[in-house]
Design a protein around this ligand. Structure first.
Ligand SMILES: *Cc1c(COP(=O)(O)O)cnc(C)c1O
Length: 424
């Protein structure tokens, strides 16, 4: 397949590649503007965004109330560092802890930093509260996890591409199969386990959606063994999967659920991405006092973490989620999307399956894992005005902004099916 980029986009791509490290392989499209579910390229062509910056843009591109909050604060005070107080951090701390129903928050910037923060908290908790011998603490993680790109985090990845030649690796992690409570139960037998770090749905691995009761059972096993249940909801959280948190299952409790059967409340909750609606890097770790209070001054921090721009942006972004009922919309549109794609799958050999929850979905293309059909489909989707990207070889993730309407989704489904038919 031979797709020619416009001269104009080609020029942008060339200058980027000539002077930037080649640590990404983007789809060849150069975007210059975004609004809601749409983005526009440098030639003025409009696309539906079906990646949402890896679910950072759940609230839609350039949401006016988030941008207003950001602009207003940017003109007033941007950064004090935590050497001094600022007049927005307290409001943010109160807002987010009430929103997600935890005692305390620790604000950071990127997702990987928040994961690192959670790991540090869990280890310190294990030594100081659980009585694990110092330097012995283990954290259980899952095969095919994605938690970010730092040297410690890639140490427990099993993606060779993410790991190879970046060693020596950080010790202290036990890897078990995902969605396997027997393996978890076995790993929890050791008495030096600090935490179980898990994605409620494995997004980067290809939107692997575990059995319905996996989170609940995992939480129960952790509680029974005095081990912290650490949910990485950086991609799944903040309404993406049709609930405020993916560990929330099916209801609209906004994290306040009393129904234990649907809410496996994490001991440590990690958020990022859509916490700012894509406007600014904001991440956070939430936990109750008996856990968070192991951190004392000087033991952890970040120059930009908790800055006043981040604080007001995050509050505005979380307001949008409630005001516009994004969890409910994601749930409704998501089940419609999967039903429509499933109807098409009945008629074809091109697509093996569609899976996901809410508006975090993926289709598996009938091709080998290192085949190029998925990439070629994404190129053709682009030509038809819809942007998506393979997560791995033959898997394409579909994750539009949650502000999408049913009419827009119908238009997108038509584009997707028309494109897939061209590959039959
Ligand atoms: C994106 C992501 C991260 C890392 O976030 P960054 O902001 O890229 O550092 C961690 N965990 C999950 C589940 C993610 O999707």
């Amino acid at each position: 397949m031979n797709i020619v980029e416009s001269n104009k986009s080609q020029q942008y791509i060339e200058v980027e590649e000539a002077h930037g490290a080649h640590n990404y392989h983007p789809l060849p499209v150069v975007l210059e503007r975004g609004d809601g579910v749409y983005v526009w390229d440098v030639d003025g062509k409009r696309y539906f965004d079906f990646l949402s910056a890896y679910s950072a843009v759940n609230q839609g591109h350039c949401h006016p109330s988030i941008i207003n909050a950001m602009n207003g604060q940017a003109k007033t005070l941007t950064l004090t560092s935590r050497a001094f107080h600022n007049d927005k951090l307290g409001a943010f701390n109160k807002y987010i802890t009430e929103y997600f129903n935890f005692d305390k928050v620790l604000p950071m910037n990127t997702g990987a930093e928040a994961v690192e923060t959670a790991i540090k908290i869990a280890r310190k908790w294990a030594y100081e509260k659980k009585g694990v011998a110092e330097t012995d603490a283990q954290i259980i993680v899952c095969d095919n996890n994605f938690h970010g790109r730092t040297t410690t985090i890639i140490s427990f990845s099993n993606d060779e591409n993410a790991r190879k030649n970046f060693g020596p690796y950080t010790p202290g992690f036990i890897k078990i199969p995902y969605d396997d409570t027997d393996a978890l139960e076995k790993a929890l037998q050791q008495d030096n386990v600090a935490g179980f770090l898990v994605e409620p749905i494995q997004g980067e691995a290809g939107v692997y959606t575990p059995s319905d009761d996996y989170m609940r059972k995992a939480k129960e096993l952790c509680t029974k063994n005095n081990v912290l249940f650490i949910a990485d909801e950086i991609q799944t959280g903040i309404a993406r999967t049709g609930a405020l948190l993916a560990v929330c299952g099916k209801c609209d409790c906004q994290g306040h659920c009393e129904r234990q059967e649907t809410y496996s409340r994490p001991d440590v909750l990690i958020l990022g991405k859509a916490l700012s609606g894509g406007a600014y890097p904001v991440s956070a770790v939430l936990a109750d006092d008996e856990i968070m209070n192991v951190i004392h001054p000087g033991q952890h921090g970040s120059t930009f973490g908790g800055n006043p721009v981040a604080a007001v942006v995050a509050m505005a972004a979380l307001d949008v989620v409630k005001d516009e009922s994004l969890a409910q919309n994601a749930r409704k549109l998501g089940s419609y999307f999967r039903a429509q794609i499933n109807e098409y799958i009945e008629t074809t050999d091109t697509v093996v399956l569609v899976r996901g929850r809410g508006l975090l979905n993926a289709i598996v293309i009938n091709d080998s894992e290192d085949g190029d059909t998925a990439w070629n489909i994404c190129m053709r989707l682009r030509d038809h005005g819809l942007l998506a990207k393979p997560t791995h070889g033959n898997i394409i993730r579909f994750a539009p902004p949650l502000v999408m309407t049913m009419e827009q989704l119908d238009e997108c489904i038509a584009i997707i099916i028309k494109t897939l038919k061209e590959f039959e």
